[in-house]
Design a protein around this ligand. Structure first.
Ligand SMILES: NC(=O)c1ccc[n+]([C@@H]2O[C@H](COP(=O)([O-])OP(=O)(O)OC[C@H]3O[C@@H](n4cnc5c(N)ncnc54)[C@H](O)[C@@H]3O)[C@@H](O)[C@H]2O)c1
Length: 197
């Protein structure tokens, strides 16, 4: 079943969560994954862009999680996975806004974990490096256009190669599943050592 919703819009989130719950029962796994990026010199970043990206990347997790949690708790528990990024801990020029949203996601996952642990809820963050998706490829192209070195050689030096979406999905599935039953409030980096150097 697929439902379309702008996850930064409270009414759309409520409608989607209600429709999913009505059709399938309480939601016990939530993957807060939707997100996008603005790549710009900090001094050219507008207030509108700031508010919009925080709405899509961060407020979306607040809205979705708030809508889903009561049913998840009533069902006896569940797992929430939030997509953070290496950008939560490693700054990139031209990405002050994006990096700030991912820093917020990083703490969102951790703080939800400690507040709801006693009610059977696990909440973790998966933190990808550079991944070959439309977003990742646009990021590389736009950074290069602004003079930031994200050439193939630079990416190879930082993380060996560009990652595949499936490699992030496997990590997210692990966090969502009972295989991660004692993993809570963690940040799982899927970056082939980018943040280990
Ligand atoms: N690709 C990378 O290198 C990379 C690295 C680290 C983190 N991430 C994160 O991974 C997540 C997915 O990124 P991706 O690379 O697959 O990007 P993508 O642009 O390829 O896909 C993003 C998806 O989010 C959806 N989306 C965007 N805004 C939305 C909204 N307001 N409501 C509902 N859906 C919305 C889009 O429709 C699209 O399906 C994002 O949170 C991104 O920040 C990506």
């Amino acid at each position: 079943m697929a439902l379309e919703a702008d996850v930064s819009d409270a009414a759309a989130v409520t409608a989607a969560v209600s429709a999913a719950t009505a059709a399938l029962g309480p939601i016990t796994v939530l993957f807060n994954h939707a997100g996008t990026i603005v790549i710009k010199p900090f001094l050219e970043t507008t207030e509108t862009e700031w508010d919009w990206l925080h709405a899509v990347n961060v407020k979306s997790m607040f809205l979705m999680t708030k809508a889903v949690l009561p049913g998840m708790i009533a069902a006896g528990g569940g797992s929430i996975v939030c997509t953070s990024s290496i950008s939560a801990v490693a700054g990139t020029p031209m990405e002050v806004l994006y990096d700030t949203t991912k820093g917020a996601v990083h703490m969102f996952a951790r703080a939800i974990a400690v507040e709801f642990r006693d009610r059977g809820i696990r909440c973790n963050a998966v933190c990808p490096g550079f991944i070959e998706t439309p977003h990742g490829l646009r990021e590389v192209r736009d950074l290069q256009a602004l003079g930031v070195d994200v050439s193939e050689a630079a990416i190879a030096a930082a993380q060996g190669r560009i990652g595949r979406a499936e490699e992030v999905a496997e990590a997210a599935l692990f966090l969502a599943s009972n295989a991660a039953s004692f993993v809570n409030g963690t940040h799982l980096f899927v970056d082939n050592g980018f943040t280990a150097i």
